[in-house]
Design a protein around this ligand. Structure first.
Ligand SMILES: Nc1ncnc2c1ncn2[C@@H]1O[C@H](COP(=O)(O)OP(=O)(O)OP(=O)(O)O)[C@@H](O)[C@H]1O
Length: 245
């Protein structure tokens, strides 16, 4: 799969000078006063896919939540659309930030069409991303496969035409073919100008769509570089996953 995706005419890279849409500067965040992640510097620009990798418990979700405004920073700053912000998630969402949390947020008892409408999403826009959902529009979401449910979740997030998409383990528990489908849709949206920050466990798949990669280990950035550098330094990236001594 890696070859398939990588071989599909890679996009032109965003200009390095473009200001980040979303950035963490010296960001520390955690729960109950104790930091889980410390002094992180992460930037996401329009048209760019930034992937956050790391072992279980490294603090990837915590980072995503702090960047989204769902968790207040303990130190440092988050910049959104060019300014430092302490706005909560719902306000950032109104100004173009879309968060796809780890648990698929479909309502199982509603149909796909109803799920899209609850998310204020025009079904036609969702079908433009995932035409394969057309035959399921009037089925209850609970009857769909996990991959189809994740398509509904992602279609709903993308159809709001966000400026930035923050997604937590889109591929969790899904078959490789579906993972490819979802990540291809994310890459296509980035190529249209979306700024993307992905937390991913599927390292190989994630690298095929990434521009930049950060590896978190024990709450700190253990490795950062371009996707090409990550491919060329697999040992350094992999060592961040080794158990702590
Ligand atoms: N709501 C919470 N309250 C207290 N501690 C939490 C909370 N959520 C997460 N933690 C702790 O913070 C640490 C980092 O968790 P986090 O979910 O950010 O890591 P992760 O890298 O996303 O891991 P995983 O890949 O397992 O989801 C863990 O030790 C976790 O137990």
């Amino acid at each position: 799969m890696a070859r398939q995706l990588a071989g599909r005419g890679r996009r032109s890279r965003p200009a390095a000078a473009a200001p980040p849409v979303l950035a963490a500067h010296g960001l520390s965040a955690g729960y109950g006063g104790a930091p889980v992640v410390r002094r992180l510097d992460i930037q996401v620009r329009a048209g760019e896919v930034v992937v956050l990798l790391g072992p279980n418990g490294a603090g990837k979700t915590t980072t995503l939540l702090a960047l989204a405004g769902a968790l207040a920073p303990q130190a440092g700053e988050v910049h959104w659309a060019g300014s430092a912000t302490a706005a909560p998630l719902h306000r950032r969402a109104r100004s173009g930030l879309s968060l796809v949390p780890e648990d698929r947020s479909v309502i199982m008892s509603l149909t796909v069409r109803e799920n899209l409408r609850v998310g204020r999403c025009d079904p036609a826009l969702a079908l433009a991303t995932f035409p394969e959902l057309a035959e399921h529009l009037d089925r209850r979401a609970g009857l769909l496969s996990g991959g189809q449910q994740q398509m509904v979740t992602l279609a709903r997030a993308l159809a709001r035409r966000p400026t930035a998409l923050l997604a937590d383990e889109l591929s969790l528990g899904l078959a490789p073919q579906i993972v490819t489908r979802l990540l291809t849709a994310v890459r296509a949206a980035a190529d249209e100008g979306l700024a993307v920050l992905l937390v991913e466990q599927h390292v190989r798949s994630a690298l095929t769509i990434a521009d930049h990669v950060h590896v978190l280990r024990h709450g700190r950035l253990a490795w950062s570089g371009t996707a090409a550098e990550a491919e060329a330094n697999r040992d350094a990236v992999a060592s961040a996953y080794l158990p702590l001594a």
